[in-house]
Design a protein around this ligand. Structure first.
Ligand code: SF4
Length: 421
């Protein structure tokens, strides 16, 4: 069975995520009003280039006719492209397939991104971003695993991670390595951005993230601070997820008792102690595999099933150094999905995009097959365990690199609604 058999919409999204979208003038024109892509479009050698520069801005996300959100990856070889205009509407086309152009819309750039705070600071640098209808709060982005001492010559950062690297964002936000707190100014600017989003009614969920700290106790205190600041704005009107590292029990208790968050998502990233140790050496050293799962189980005991998640990087284990075939990698991931579901923890698989130089077509084909089979088999597990992704945590309007919410939009028999505890 392939993905198209259970959800043609998810099947097409998978194709778009892997094949990307070729540049067109329509795509370039949409960048003027669409939510900006962090990665510019880079023209391939020999590719038709109406811009005359090696790279150009493109939109970040579009929605298809059935409201499926798709992240845009620029790719000069792709048969997918966008036609149309803002006045006449945009269409998703495919040169090679006999499919009618489909109307799409780009996720727009909100007004607040061009505003400033009361003290004249650009709101777009206040540590708040949007992925569809998900507001992501990240006011301490620098991850201490990047600066931790090496052990046995090995760096502590997660092997797939580039976004946690300490950089100028830390300066904008006043984040100091090893310090729990952030400047008052950082909290107040973040709250101004969040208030603008909440008043525009564009966020259906909020996700708290940030770089890890070497001391779990400090990280717990930081997330409690941030969640309190966030709740002073949203006051329970929008569901909030704590996307920290696996916290200590005492801090999980505070987050629950004070109703600071409605969901937990401690990202295990990969299944199996062996892969965790190899791929997430910092998490393994400073928390540990068993302690990570125990923290997730603790969260299930408080918030209940349907409110505890763990993001997984679907496909990193296909890199050659982990010595797995595609089949054994799928089997292992499925085994992990079932084990976590049995514990009341819902894994969410984000597509792994290899860095440039590691994206050989044969590798990408294996990765695509892996991700498709994992999603097909994981859907059966969710049904077997009656697991439902709560739309206060995530939905098809924000799952830009994940397929579970798209797949689960197909009605199934086991559809008991979840109730927030
Ligand atoms: S914990 Fe891992 S994935 Fe998260 S920011 Fe640090 S290195 Fe990146």
């Amino acid at each position: 069975m392939d993905l198209n058999d259970i959800s043609p919409s998810a099947g097409r999204k998978l194709a778009l995520l892997f094949e990307g979208i070729r540049y067109s003038s329509a795509l370039g024109a949409a960048a003027a009003f669409a939510y900006p892509n962090y990665n510019p479009y880079r023209f391939s050698p020999g590719e038709e280039n109406p811009v005359g520069a090696p790279q150009t801005a493109i939109p970040y996300l579009f929605r298809t006719n059935d409201d499926t959100v798709v992240r845009i990856k620029g790719c000069g070889d792709s048969d997918w492209l966008v036609s149309g205009s803002e006045a006449d509407g945009f269409f998703l086309c495919n040169d090679a397939a006999a499919v009618a152009p489909e109307p799409i819309s780009f996720v727009p750039r909100p007004q607040w991104m061009d505003d400033t705070t009361a003290d004249g600071f650009p709101l777009r640098q206040a540590g708040v971003s949007l992925i569809g209808d998900l507001a992501v709060i990240n006011i301490a982005p620098g991850c201490e695993y990047f600066v931790a001492d090496k052990h046995n010559g090995e760096a502590m950062r997660c092997r797939f991670c580039v976004y946690g690297a300490p950089n100028e964002r830390m300066d904008h936000l006043g984040q100091e390595i090893g310090e729990v707190g952030l400047p008052d100014q950082t909290y107040s600017r973040m709250k101004e951005a969040l208030a603008a989003i909440v008043s525009a009614n564009t966020a259906r969920h909020i996700y708290l993230v940030g770089g890890s700290m070497l001391e779990r106790a400090k990280e717990g205190r930081r997330y409690i601070d941030v969640a309190q600041q966030v709740q002073s704005v949203v006051q329970g009107r929008v569901p909030v997820t704590c996307g920290s590292g696996a916290l200590l029990d005492e801090h999980i208790d505070v987050l629950h008792r004070e109703k600071l968050v409605t969901s937990i998502c401690f990202n295990l990233e990969v299944w199996s102690e062996r892969l965790f140790e190899m791929i997430c050496p910092g998490k393994n050293r400073y928390v540990g595999y068993a302690a990570w799962i125990a923290a997730l189980e603790k969260a299930v005991s408080l918030w209940g099933v349907g409110h505890v998640y763990s993001a997984m990087v679907g496909g990193i284990e296909l890199e050659p150094e982990y010595a797995l075939t595609a089949e054994s990698a799928v089997d292992m991931a499925v085994e992990g999905a079932e084990d976590l579901c049995r514990r009341g923890i819902i894994p969410i698989y984000s597509l792994y995009w290899p860095l440039a130089g590691r994206d050989h077509p044969a590798h990408m084909a294996r990765l695509r097959g892996y991700f498709e089979q994992l999603n097909v088999r994981y859907r059966a597990i969710r049904r077997d365990y009656d697991m439902h992704i709560w739309d206060g945590f995530m939905c098809h309007r924000c799952a830009y690199m994940q397929l579970e919410c798209d797949i689960d939009r197909i009605p199934c028999n086991a559809s008991a609604p979840l109730v927030a505890s």
